[in-house]
Design a protein around this ligand. Structure first.
Ligand code: PLP
Length: 367
């Protein structure tokens, strides 16, 4: 039996990609903000309806450099969610900043905006919320808090590519929104990422940080790293962008099929969708079970049947070996409960409906 992975990278037709990379053998310009890097930035600005998009080598560096670009003082505190990919917390800590973990909401797993104010101290410099599984955070409330306390807001929007909230693309909220174009994401450039914002100043800072601070043959304006996206990746992005809308439609059909199969099952909580506010990209489909034992057993039996479902995210980042016990011991009961009970089921544009039947039947038989 074929193994069913939790996701499958979207790729353009082989011939299409090969034809697109052919000119690189004439120009021999394969990185350093080449023609296709520029073209993809332009296309993404249009797709995401935002005025600045800085392409970088991956989503993690996009997060790390967005934080660096804000020039926070060493030891500044950043209020963030522990229910995310470890990258979010790493980006904070690798900037010499201190993560202050805030619990999440049981409804949509995003940061609990009602707890944020109680965590603010005179050291707080920023809020880094995550639009987890494409569920959009309470942007309005977070913005009000940020303005009241003069904090920056950097959204980890890695799960929310192309989504909109009340008709506005998510990349327009906060001081920056960070995307990942990793192979496993809704839109990929093999590896890649971007910082989107409406700040030209931030775009320029990220440019310096991703290119050694080099601004001219003899002009080095600041201490930068190297996080440039190469031309092969940029072309992959240009090809994939043409199909992303179609792929989102296909994903949506599969999510609806899952919901149809699972919605009457007792003991399964399907992730929440708020269609009145959010246009989703259907990047992930998560379900929550009544306890950890059930979740682990379902995952194991799916695995025995060649179906890969992921405990995404378990453990919460605050409990990762490298962070455990190191930071303020805030109440994270909801985060831990969700991490214990959650399972992300296979989802990709050409996932067969019969496979969804098989997955749901196994789940049904175990409840
Ligand atoms: C994928 C992801 C990242 C990191 O992106 P990479 O491109 O893999 O470096 C960060 N945060 C979240 C929530 C992600 O899903």
């Amino acid at each position: 039996m074929d193994k069913i992975q939790v996701t499958k990278s979207s790729m353009p037709k082989y011939e299409e990609y090969i034809n697109m990379i052919k000119p690189l053998w004439d120009s021999c310009w394969i990185t350093n903000m080449g023609e296709y890097h520029q073209k993809l930035e332009e296309e993404l600005k249009e797709y995401l309806k935002v005025s600045n998009v800085s392409l970088v080598v991956n989503g993690h560096m996009a997060l790390e450099m967005s934080l660096q670009a804000m020039n926070f003082p060493e030891g500044g505190e950043v209020i963030t969610t522990p229910f995310t990919f470890i990258s979010t917390t790493h980006a904070i800590v690798r900037n010499g900043l201190v993560p202050v973990f805030c619990d999440i909401k049981l409804g949509d797993y995003t940061i609990d905006e009602d707890l944020i104010e109680s965590l603010i101290t005179e050291k707080t410099v920023a809020i880094v919320p995550v639009h987890v599984y494409g569920n959009i955070c309470n942007i309005d409330k977070i913005q009000r808090i940020a303005e009241k306390y003069n904090l920056k807001v950097i959204y980890d929007a890695c799960h929310a590519f192309g989504e909109s909230y009340n008709g506005v693309d998510v990349s327009n909220f906060g001081d920056a929104s960070v995307f990942s174009f990793h192979a496993t994401k809704v839109f990929n450039t093999i590896e890649g990422g971007a910082v989107a914002s409406n700040s030209r100043e931030l775009y320029d800072r990220i440019y310096n940080l991703k290119n050694f601070g080099i601004r001219g043959e003899e002009l080095i304006v600041e201490v930068g790293a190297n996080a440039k996206l190469n031309e092969f990746s940029a072309i992959m992005g240009i090809c994939n962008l043409k199909y992303v809308q179609k792929n989102i439609e296909l994903r949506k059909d599969r999510v609806n099929y899952y919901i149809h199969k699972l919605s009457d099952l007792e003991g399964v909580v399907i992730q929440r969708y708020d269609h009145s506010k959010v246009k989703y990209n259907y990047g992930y489909f998560s379900v929550r079970f009544r306890d950890k034992i059930t979740r682990d057993r379902i995952r194991d039996v799916l695995m025995e049947n060649g179906i890969v479902a992921r405990k995404y995210f378990y453990p919460i980042t605050a409990d990762a070996d490298c962070f455990k016990g190191k930071y303020k011991n805030n109440k994270l009961d909801v985060s831990r409960e969700v991490a214990d009970c959650i399972l992300v089921l296979p989802l990709y544009p050409d996932l067969e409906l019969e496979h969804i039947d098989r997955i749901c039947n196994i789940i049904k038989s175990l409840l």
